[in-house]
Design a protein around this ligand. Structure first.
Ligand code: KDG
Length: 315
Protein backbone atom coordinates (compact mmCIF):
# COMPACT_ATOMS: atom_id res chain seq x y z
CA UNK A 1 0.00 0.00 0.00
CA UNK A 2 1.22 3.52 -0.78
CA UNK A 3 0.47 5.92 2.06
CA UNK A 4 0.14 9.68 1.90
CA UNK A 5 1.60 9.98 5.39
CA UNK A 6 4.06 7.60 7.06
CA UNK A 7 4.80 8.06 10.73
CA UNK A 8 6.72 6.12 13.35
CA UNK A 9 6.84 6.05 17.13
CA UNK A 10 5.56 4.30 20.20
CA UNK A 11 1.92 3.52 20.86
CA UNK A 12 0.98 2.32 24.33
CA UNK A 13 -1.96 0.76 26.05
CA UNK A 14 -3.83 3.58 27.79
CA UNK A 15 -5.59 3.02 31.10
CA UNK A 16 -7.69 5.97 32.19
CA UNK A 17 -9.54 6.64 35.43
CA UNK A 18 -13.27 6.92 34.62
CA UNK A 19 -13.77 9.80 37.06
CA UNK A 20 -11.85 12.44 38.97
CA UNK A 21 -9.53 11.07 41.64
CA UNK A 22 -6.37 9.11 42.35
CA UNK A 23 -5.50 5.99 40.40
CA UNK A 24 -5.19 3.97 43.61
CA UNK A 25 -8.80 4.73 44.50
CA UNK A 26 -10.27 3.47 41.22
CA UNK A 27 -11.74 -0.03 41.21
CA UNK A 28 -12.02 0.09 37.41
CA UNK A 29 -10.13 1.68 34.56
CA UNK A 30 -11.04 2.39 30.95
CA UNK A 31 -8.78 0.71 28.41
CA UNK A 32 -7.67 2.17 25.10
CA UNK A 33 -4.53 3.11 23.21
CA UNK A 34 -2.41 6.26 22.98
CA UNK A 35 0.55 7.43 20.95
CA UNK A 36 1.16 10.78 19.42
CA UNK A 37 2.18 9.48 16.01
CA UNK A 38 -0.62 6.93 15.74
CA UNK A 39 -3.06 9.64 16.85
CA UNK A 40 -1.91 11.68 13.84
CA UNK A 41 -2.22 8.63 11.56
CA UNK A 42 -5.81 8.05 12.73
CA UNK A 43 -6.63 11.72 12.17
CA UNK A 44 -5.25 11.57 8.63
CA UNK A 45 -7.33 8.47 7.83
CA UNK A 46 -10.50 10.03 9.22
CA UNK A 47 -9.91 13.01 6.95
CA UNK A 48 -9.79 10.73 3.91
CA UNK A 49 -6.09 10.07 3.29
CA UNK A 50 -3.95 6.95 3.73
CA UNK A 51 -1.56 6.70 6.64
CA UNK A 52 0.95 4.11 7.83
CA UNK A 53 2.26 3.72 11.36
CA UNK A 54 5.56 1.99 12.09
CA UNK A 55 6.34 0.90 15.64
CA UNK A 56 7.03 -2.05 17.89
CA UNK A 57 4.45 -3.69 20.14
CA UNK A 58 4.85 -6.69 22.43
CA UNK A 59 3.45 -10.14 21.60
CA UNK A 60 0.72 -9.60 24.18
CA UNK A 61 -2.90 -8.51 24.58
CA UNK A 62 -1.97 -4.81 24.58
CA UNK A 63 -0.01 -5.26 21.36
CA UNK A 64 -3.06 -6.97 19.80
CA UNK A 65 -5.27 -4.15 21.03
CA UNK A 66 -3.04 -1.50 19.46
CA UNK A 67 -2.76 -3.19 16.08
CA UNK A 68 -6.48 -4.04 15.96
CA UNK A 69 -7.49 -0.49 16.95
CA UNK A 70 -5.25 1.06 14.31
CA UNK A 71 -6.44 -1.36 11.61
CA UNK A 72 -10.04 -0.59 12.51
CA UNK A 73 -9.31 3.09 11.91
CA UNK A 74 -7.83 2.29 8.50
CA UNK A 75 -4.20 2.87 9.52
CA UNK A 76 -1.76 0.59 7.70
CA UNK A 77 0.36 -1.28 10.25
CA UNK A 78 2.11 -3.64 7.82
CA UNK A 79 5.44 -1.95 8.62
CA UNK A 80 5.15 -2.48 12.37
CA UNK A 81 6.95 -5.18 14.35
CA UNK A 82 5.70 -7.57 17.03
CA UNK A 83 8.56 -7.93 19.52
CA UNK A 84 8.37 -11.21 21.43
CA UNK A 85 11.11 -10.23 23.90
CA UNK A 86 9.36 -7.53 25.95
CA UNK A 87 5.88 -6.21 26.71
CA UNK A 88 3.92 -3.33 25.23
CA UNK A 89 4.27 -0.10 27.21
CA UNK A 90 1.42 1.30 29.30
CA UNK A 91 0.33 4.86 29.97
CA UNK A 92 -2.00 5.70 32.87
CA UNK A 93 -4.09 8.84 32.73
CA UNK A 94 -5.69 10.12 35.94
CA UNK A 95 -8.08 13.02 36.12
CA UNK A 96 -6.68 14.47 39.35
CA UNK A 97 -9.09 17.42 39.40
CA UNK A 98 -11.87 18.25 36.94
CA UNK A 99 -9.35 20.49 35.14
CA UNK A 100 -6.01 18.71 35.59
CA UNK A 101 -4.96 15.32 34.22
CA UNK A 102 -1.79 13.43 35.20
CA UNK A 103 -0.01 10.94 32.97
CA UNK A 104 2.30 8.16 34.19
CA UNK A 105 4.36 6.07 31.78
CA UNK A 106 5.55 2.48 32.09
CA UNK A 107 7.61 2.54 28.92
CA UNK A 108 11.39 2.48 29.47
CA UNK A 109 12.76 -0.72 27.89
CA UNK A 110 9.32 -1.80 26.68
CA UNK A 111 8.62 -2.74 23.06
CA UNK A 112 8.11 0.72 21.56
CA UNK A 113 11.48 2.03 22.65
CA UNK A 114 13.24 -0.91 20.96
CA UNK A 115 12.27 0.49 17.55
CA UNK A 116 15.39 0.84 15.42
CA UNK A 117 16.48 1.79 11.90
CA UNK A 118 16.48 -1.88 10.87
CA UNK A 119 12.69 -1.92 11.38
CA UNK A 120 12.07 0.62 8.63
CA UNK A 121 10.57 -0.37 5.30
CA UNK A 122 12.36 1.99 2.94
CA UNK A 123 9.94 1.52 0.05
CA UNK A 124 6.97 2.38 2.31
CA UNK A 125 8.64 5.54 3.62
CA UNK A 126 10.07 6.50 0.23
CA UNK A 127 6.61 6.42 -1.39
CA UNK A 128 4.97 8.78 1.14
CA UNK A 129 4.10 12.41 0.46
CA UNK A 130 4.74 13.30 4.10
CA UNK A 131 6.99 11.64 6.70
CA UNK A 132 5.98 12.68 10.23
CA UNK A 133 8.15 12.25 13.32
CA UNK A 134 8.03 13.64 16.85
CA UNK A 135 10.36 14.53 19.70
CA UNK A 136 8.90 11.65 21.72
CA UNK A 137 10.69 9.15 19.47
CA UNK A 138 13.92 11.14 19.82
CA UNK A 139 13.62 10.82 23.61
CA UNK A 140 12.68 7.13 23.83
CA UNK A 141 16.06 5.47 23.24
CA UNK A 142 19.16 5.68 21.05
CA UNK A 143 17.75 3.16 18.60
CA UNK A 144 14.37 4.90 18.35
CA UNK A 145 16.13 8.19 17.76
CA UNK A 146 18.26 6.60 15.05
CA UNK A 147 15.07 5.24 13.45
CA UNK A 148 13.54 8.74 13.37
CA UNK A 149 16.69 10.17 11.74
CA UNK A 150 16.81 7.35 9.21
CA UNK A 151 13.12 7.81 8.32
CA UNK A 152 13.73 11.51 7.75
CA UNK A 153 16.76 10.73 5.59
CA UNK A 154 14.78 8.24 3.47
CA UNK A 155 11.85 10.63 3.14
CA UNK A 156 14.08 13.55 2.24
CA UNK A 157 15.95 11.55 -0.42
CA UNK A 158 12.62 10.49 -1.95
CA UNK A 159 11.24 14.04 -2.04
CA UNK A 160 8.68 13.72 0.79
CA UNK A 161 7.81 16.66 3.02
CA UNK A 162 9.29 16.17 6.47
CA UNK A 163 6.95 17.05 9.32
CA UNK A 164 8.19 17.27 12.89
CA UNK A 165 6.28 17.92 16.11
CA UNK A 166 8.41 18.88 19.14
CA UNK A 167 6.09 17.01 21.54
CA UNK A 168 8.42 17.57 24.49
CA UNK A 169 7.71 15.11 27.29
CA UNK A 170 9.44 16.21 30.49
CA UNK A 171 9.20 12.69 31.94
CA UNK A 172 11.37 11.31 29.13
CA UNK A 173 14.39 13.64 29.01
CA UNK A 174 15.94 16.75 30.53
CA UNK A 175 15.12 20.12 28.92
CA UNK A 176 18.66 21.05 27.84
CA UNK A 177 19.22 17.76 26.01
CA UNK A 178 15.73 18.02 24.52
CA UNK A 179 16.34 21.58 23.30
CA UNK A 180 19.51 20.56 21.41
CA UNK A 181 17.86 17.57 19.83
CA UNK A 182 14.58 19.28 18.97
CA UNK A 183 16.40 22.16 17.29
CA UNK A 184 18.51 19.76 15.27
CA UNK A 185 15.50 17.83 13.98
CA UNK A 186 13.56 21.04 13.33
CA UNK A 187 16.34 22.21 11.03
CA UNK A 188 16.01 18.98 8.99
CA UNK A 189 12.24 19.42 8.55
CA UNK A 190 9.89 21.33 6.24
CA UNK A 191 6.99 21.67 8.68
CA UNK A 192 7.68 22.13 12.38
CA UNK A 193 4.96 22.06 15.05
CA UNK A 194 5.48 23.21 18.63
CA UNK A 195 3.46 24.72 21.45
CA UNK A 196 4.38 28.10 22.98
CA UNK A 197 6.09 26.31 25.88
CA UNK A 198 8.02 23.99 23.63
CA UNK A 199 9.31 26.84 21.49
CA UNK A 200 10.41 28.60 24.69
CA UNK A 201 12.62 25.58 25.52
CA UNK A 202 14.98 26.81 22.82
CA UNK A 203 15.56 30.00 24.82
CA UNK A 204 14.20 33.51 24.27
CA UNK A 205 11.18 35.51 25.27
CA UNK A 206 8.79 35.77 22.37
CA UNK A 207 7.63 32.43 20.85
CA UNK A 208 7.00 34.02 17.46
CA UNK A 209 10.54 35.46 17.15
CA UNK A 210 12.00 32.11 18.23
CA UNK A 211 9.82 30.39 15.63
CA UNK A 212 10.96 32.92 13.04
CA UNK A 213 14.59 32.16 13.81
CA UNK A 214 13.92 28.49 13.03
CA UNK A 215 12.38 29.03 9.60
CA UNK A 216 15.71 29.49 7.81
CA UNK A 217 14.47 32.69 6.20
CA UNK A 218 11.28 30.98 4.99
CA UNK A 219 12.53 27.62 3.76
CA UNK A 220 10.39 25.85 6.37
CA UNK A 221 7.12 26.67 8.16
CA UNK A 222 7.03 26.70 11.95
CA UNK A 223 3.53 26.34 13.36
CA UNK A 224 3.04 27.39 16.96
CA UNK A 225 0.08 25.64 18.62
CA UNK A 226 -1.45 27.90 21.24
CA UNK A 227 -4.29 25.77 22.58
CA UNK A 228 -7.36 27.88 23.32
CA UNK A 229 -5.65 30.82 21.60
CA UNK A 230 -5.46 29.06 18.23
CA UNK A 231 -2.32 28.72 16.12
CA UNK A 232 0.24 30.89 14.36
CA UNK A 233 2.21 29.84 11.32
CA UNK A 234 5.51 31.53 10.62
CA UNK A 235 7.54 31.24 7.42
CA UNK A 236 10.20 33.94 7.29
CA UNK A 237 8.34 37.24 7.34
CA UNK A 238 5.00 35.56 6.49
CA UNK A 239 2.84 35.18 9.59
CA UNK A 240 -0.71 33.81 9.77
CA UNK A 241 -2.66 33.85 13.00
CA UNK A 242 -5.79 31.69 13.34
CA UNK A 243 -8.07 31.78 16.40
CA UNK A 244 -9.27 28.58 18.08
CA UNK A 245 -12.92 27.49 17.89
CA UNK A 246 -14.75 27.96 21.18
CA UNK A 247 -15.71 24.54 22.58
CA UNK A 248 -16.18 22.93 25.99
CA UNK A 249 -13.01 20.95 26.58
CA UNK A 250 -13.46 17.51 28.17
CA UNK A 251 -9.96 16.10 27.59
CA UNK A 252 -7.16 18.16 26.05
CA UNK A 253 -4.61 15.35 25.74
CA UNK A 254 -4.16 14.63 22.03
CA UNK A 255 -5.35 18.07 20.88
CA UNK A 256 -1.91 18.86 19.47
CA UNK A 257 -1.86 15.65 17.43
CA UNK A 258 -5.35 16.40 16.16
CA UNK A 259 -4.17 19.85 15.08
CA UNK A 260 -1.22 18.30 13.22
CA UNK A 261 -3.49 15.77 11.47
CA UNK A 262 -5.81 18.57 10.31
CA UNK A 263 -2.97 20.80 9.16
CA UNK A 264 -1.28 17.94 7.26
CA UNK A 265 -4.60 16.98 5.62
CA UNK A 266 -4.80 20.61 4.48
CA UNK A 267 -1.30 20.30 2.99
CA UNK A 268 -2.35 17.09 1.20
CA UNK A 269 -5.44 18.94 -0.10
CA UNK A 270 -3.10 21.58 -1.56
CA UNK A 271 -4.83 24.21 0.60
CA UNK A 272 -3.50 27.70 1.33
CA UNK A 273 -1.61 28.23 4.61
CA UNK A 274 -4.60 29.85 6.32
CA UNK A 275 -6.87 26.94 5.37
CA UNK A 276 -4.35 24.41 6.70
CA UNK A 277 -4.36 26.32 10.00
CA UNK A 278 -8.17 26.44 10.00
CA UNK A 279 -8.45 22.71 9.45
CA UNK A 280 -5.89 22.14 12.20
CA UNK A 281 -7.82 24.34 14.63
CA UNK A 282 -11.08 22.58 13.74
CA UNK A 283 -9.66 19.07 14.27
CA UNK A 284 -8.03 20.21 17.52
CA UNK A 285 -11.36 21.60 18.73
CA UNK A 286 -13.16 18.35 17.90
CA UNK A 287 -10.55 16.29 19.71
CA UNK A 288 -10.92 18.09 23.05
CA UNK A 289 -14.69 17.55 23.17
CA UNK A 290 -14.33 13.79 23.65
CA UNK A 291 -12.60 11.72 26.37
CA UNK A 292 -9.56 9.93 24.93
CA UNK A 293 -6.44 10.94 23.04
CA UNK A 294 -7.84 10.37 19.51
CA UNK A 295 -11.47 9.26 19.72
CA UNK A 296 -12.77 12.79 19.06
CA UNK A 297 -10.87 13.17 15.77
CA UNK A 298 -13.36 14.26 13.09
CA UNK A 299 -14.19 12.93 9.66
CA UNK A 300 -14.77 15.52 6.92
CA UNK A 301 -18.54 15.21 7.51
CA UNK A 302 -18.10 15.84 11.24
CA UNK A 303 -16.43 19.19 10.62
CA UNK A 304 -19.77 21.01 10.35
CA UNK A 305 -20.88 19.81 13.80
CA UNK A 306 -19.18 22.62 15.68
CA UNK A 307 -21.19 25.17 13.69
CA UNK A 308 -24.45 24.04 15.34
CA UNK A 309 -25.74 25.86 18.41
CA UNK A 310 -25.43 24.10 21.77
CA UNK A 311 -28.47 21.90 22.39
CA UNK A 312 -29.04 21.12 18.69
CA UNK A 313 -30.36 17.63 17.90
CA UNK A 314 -29.70 16.48 14.35
CA UNK A 315 -32.51 14.29 13.00
O1 KDG B 1 -0.13 13.77 22.29
C1 KDG B 1 -0.89 12.86 23.03
C2 KDG B 1 0.12 11.90 23.53
O2 KDG B 1 0.78 12.46 24.62
C3 KDG B 1 -0.40 10.59 23.94
O3 KDG B 1 -1.33 10.02 23.06
C4 KDG B 1 0.63 9.60 24.35
O4 KDG B 1 2.42 9.59 22.80
C5 KDG B 1 2.04 9.82 23.92
C6 KDG B 1 3.01 10.32 24.89
O5 KDG B 1 4.19 10.00 24.73
O6 KDG B 1 2.66 11.03 25.82
Amino acid sequence: MVSDVVTLGETMALLTTPRVGRLRDMPELLMGIAGSESNVAIGICRLGYRASWIGRVGADEFGELILASLRREGVDVAGSVVDGAVHTAIMFKERRTPAVSRVTYYREGYAGSRLGPEDLDESLIGAARIVHVTGITLALSKTARAAAYRAVEIGRAAGALISFDFNYRAALWPPDEAARSLRDMALRSDLVFASDDEVALLGGEDPISIAQSLTGGGERAVIVKRGAKGAVSVRGADIHDEPALAVTAIDVVGAGDAFVAGYLAGVLDGAAERDCLRLGCATGAHAVTVLGDWEGLPSRDDLVLLQHAAGTTLR
